[in-house]
Design a protein around this ligand. Structure first.
Ligand code: ADP
Ligand code: MG
Length: 679
């Protein structure tokens, strides 16, 4: 079996399961091997029922006490069965798994493993796995891989396929030269791939992960190193002359630019006037006012007769930026258009024509901007906003729409400068490190669910004062997540709880983009008072009239994400509030959330998050989609990043080309990163 063979070559994978694997982005044997577990499940000891504690995964050995019953409820088939051991009884609950009824017999004993959930004061065992003695004996004490799945595909099926692939492929080709491995204390690729899926123990798992993280950073550093060389001091075809319109624009703003904004703008102007292609990152915490910087840069390009494009990660944000840009630029005679995936074919066609004929100066869009059909007349500047939501590849795809245009990248990820210098090696960096004046810092509180009634009262006060409120629920998750506060149910519940005058809207990721846009637009126009939403509003949205955010089940989010979410309030002059509601108020959860309660500083939050996760928690919540890493975490693995960067720096272009020739899998990874300009 070869690494780039189709997964169909694996015994047991037929047409039907192939499609399921494809759904997870797995087409080849190599992709399967690099489909790393999301986490590991460690099978512990059997516990007496009386010791079962809420929130834990426990294993019990118990007899069936009452015959199971299945009932339909809320679109689910719920099966319940009562089990007992010498210490006590517990009810096991299964969702949509009626078949377990047939597996259970009165009086017989079973080993069950499931999560202990508190339901109205009674503990239940949710979705327990039924194990035979033999199965349990085989698994006890071992680390079992847990994979991200899709409906129809079980973890077992993935593990089985991985196992076969490990046995039947030759993994001895290791692209990391032996001296680098030795210098950095890394195990072989072969060993690492096997151990990341099926580690014998934690230490082995850590070693495997370290090696694979190193690889990710190393490849990234190689690609970036090349990109840097290619991009260094390219003479620009889009030379700007001093600006008049941008000066007018700054004059016309209802506020004065902050010192930090001014200095970022000066950096950009200098770049764009210099005759060399700009490659600049503007980094600034949420709410620091990055949008206006993009508007200015794009206006400068436009007044010099060049086109510009800004790419953002969501339709909702594209729409909002479009409105902001139009308002600011129309008076200056600069044309802007919107280009998003949800536009109709004929709307898109019209937009393509306008872009191609230079009837429009500035295009604001989503990923739709990097579609093949989009061709510019004279693209002088590309901007990516919320870069942490894009990969380098997408950024480069936009860049390659022009003929070496100026590039501006904006990110709200609080990356310490030392790290940023490595990660954005090819970019110059401007930092916006102060917030606009007159902003009151967001007041935070971390509370348990018993505070909810009070929170609702508070929301009523705020809406009565003419302000608006966001309530964030965790993502709609069709699988077993019974506790998840489903957005739709939540809004229905809220409508009942709130006085009739309060208008509640709801927004979630499953909606059509056009529907999402409409809801956000209505909310921005104050056609609703409370917006119940999933994290789809996380990035970029700016509605200064919203002063309260409440985040349900805050413990389920990473701290950095919570910080981004919180950034949606505190954008106007009124006092804003953020309520972090913890669904589980264990000390650990409260300690973690209190970091946000105590500080509004993104850098501080990221730093604390890192400290708290510590090196032991090697599957911390991924903080950023920015860099397309599967395992690596730029914060947690900062030391490995530095090592990999150092190792990669020794490679000349010719070495890289040679390596790529020898190892196809390396080539495939490096070339797209460099947007096709490499090799
Ligand atoms: P972000 O950096 O998160 O993208 P935005 O660009 O959306 O922030 O700006 C947030 C809000 O701050 C907007 O309403 C914007 O008009 C306002 N703003 C930007 N710069 C200033 C400033 N210098 N003074 C006052 N308000 C500003
Ligand atoms: Mg923004």
């Amino acid at each position: 079996m070869e690494l780039n063979d189709s997964i169909r070559t694996i015994k047991g994978i037929g047409g039907k399961s192939e499609k399921l694997f494809n759904k997870l982005g797995i087409y080849t044997v190599e992709e399967l091997l690099c489909f790393y577990p999301r986490e590991y499940d460690i099978f512990g000891k059997i516990e007496p029922i009386s010791q079962a504690a809420e929130g834990n995964i426990v294993i019990i050995h118990a007899g069936l006490r009452e015959y199971p019953k299945t009932m339909a409820s809320g679109g689910l088939k719920i099966t319940r069965a009562r089990f007992g051991d010498a210490s006590g009884n517990i009810t096991a609950v299964w969702f949509n798994m009626q078949f377990v009824m047939k597996m259970l017999h009165m009086g017989a004993h079973y080993i069950l493993r499931g999560k202990v959930v508190n339901r109205n004061g009674f503990l239940e065992l949710h979705q327990p796995k039924i194990l035979s003695r033999q199965e349990y004996a085989n698994l006890a004490g071992r680390m079992q891989p847990v994979y991200r799945l899709t409906a129809g595909l079980t973890g077992n099926a993935v593990a089985k396929a991985v196992n076969i692939a490990l046995k039947e492929t030759d993994l001895s080709g290791d692209f990391l030269p032996a001296d680098i491995r030795k210098e950095n204390n890394l195990i072989s690729w072969k060993k690492a791939v096997a151990a990341i899926h099926f580690p014998d123990n934690k230490e082995e798992c850590i070693q495997a992960r370290r090696r694979l993280v190193f690889d990710e950073f190393f490849i990234f550093a190689l690609a970036l190193g090349q990109l840097k060389k290619v991009k260094k001091s390219i003479p620009s075809k889009y030379i700007m002359s001093p600006d008049i319109k941008t000066k007018q624009l700054i004059q016309s703003l209802p506020y004065k630019l902050t010192k930090a904004q001014e200095s970022a703008w000066n950096d950009i102007k200098e770049d764009m006037l210099s005759g060399i292609v700009m490659n600049r990152l503007v980094q600034g915490d949420v709410g620091s006012g990055k949008t206006i910087i993009a508007v200015l840069a794009l206006a400068l390009a436009a007044e010099n007769g060049f086109q510009g494009a800004i790419m953002v990660p969501t339709e909702v944000l594209a729409k909002q930026h479009y409105e902001t840009f139009q308002e600011l630029l129309k008076p200056l005679g600069i044309n802007t258009i919107l280009l998003t995936g949800s536009m109709t074919a004929s709307q898109k066609k019209k937009a393509y024509a306008q872009i191609e004929n230079h009837e429009t100066d500035i295009v604001i869009g989503t990923h739709a901007l990097i579609q093949e059909k989009v061709g510019f007349h004279s693209l002088g500047l590309v901007v990516t906003d919320e870069q942490h939501r894009f990969g380098v590849k997408q950024r480069e795809a936009l860049y390659s729409k022009g003929s070496e245009p100026h590039m501006l990248v904006m990110s709200a990820t609080p990356i310490p400068r030392t790290l940023a210098v490595i990660l954005y090696g090819e970019l110059d960096i401007s930092v916006i490190d102060v917030l606009p004046e007159g902003r009151l810092p967001v007041k935070n509180c971390v509370v348990g669910t018993n505070y909810r009634t009070q929170a609702y009262k508070f929301m009523q006060q705020e809406t009565a004062a003419g302000h608006q409120v966001y309530i964030i629920c965790p993502m709609v998750d069709e699988s077993e997540n019974m506790e998840a506060e489903n957005v739709t149910d939540y809004s229905a519940m809220l409508r009942e709880k709130m006085p009739p005058g309060i208008r509640v809207a709801c927004l979630h990721g499953k909606m059509k983009p056009s529907q999402k846009n409409q809801i956000m637009e209505d909310f921005a126009l104050h056609k609703a008072d409370i917006l119940v939403s999933t994290t789809v509003i996380e990035v970029g949205i700016n509605i200064p009239n919203a002063t309260v955010m409440m985040i349900e089940n805050a413990e389920r989010f990473g701290l950095a994400q919570l910080h981004q979410l919180r950034g949606r309030v505190g954008r106007g002059s009124a006092q804003s509030y953020c309520i972090f509601m913890a669904g589980n108020s264990s000390k650990e959860v409260m300690d973690r959330l209190s970091v946000l309660g105590n500080s509004n500083d993104g850098f501080y939050v990221a730093e604390q998050d890192l400290k708290m996760r510590g090196p032991g928690d090697f599957f911390g919540i991924r903080q950023s989609g920015e860099l397309d890493f599967k395992l690596a975490d730029i914060y947690q693995d900062a030391d490995v990043l530095a090592q990999a960067n150092k190792a990669a720096a020794k490679f000349e272009s010719k070495d890289i080309i040679q390596l790529c020739k020898k190892y196809n899998r390396l080539k495939e990874k490096i070339v797209p990163y460099a947007g096709g300009v490499l090799l």
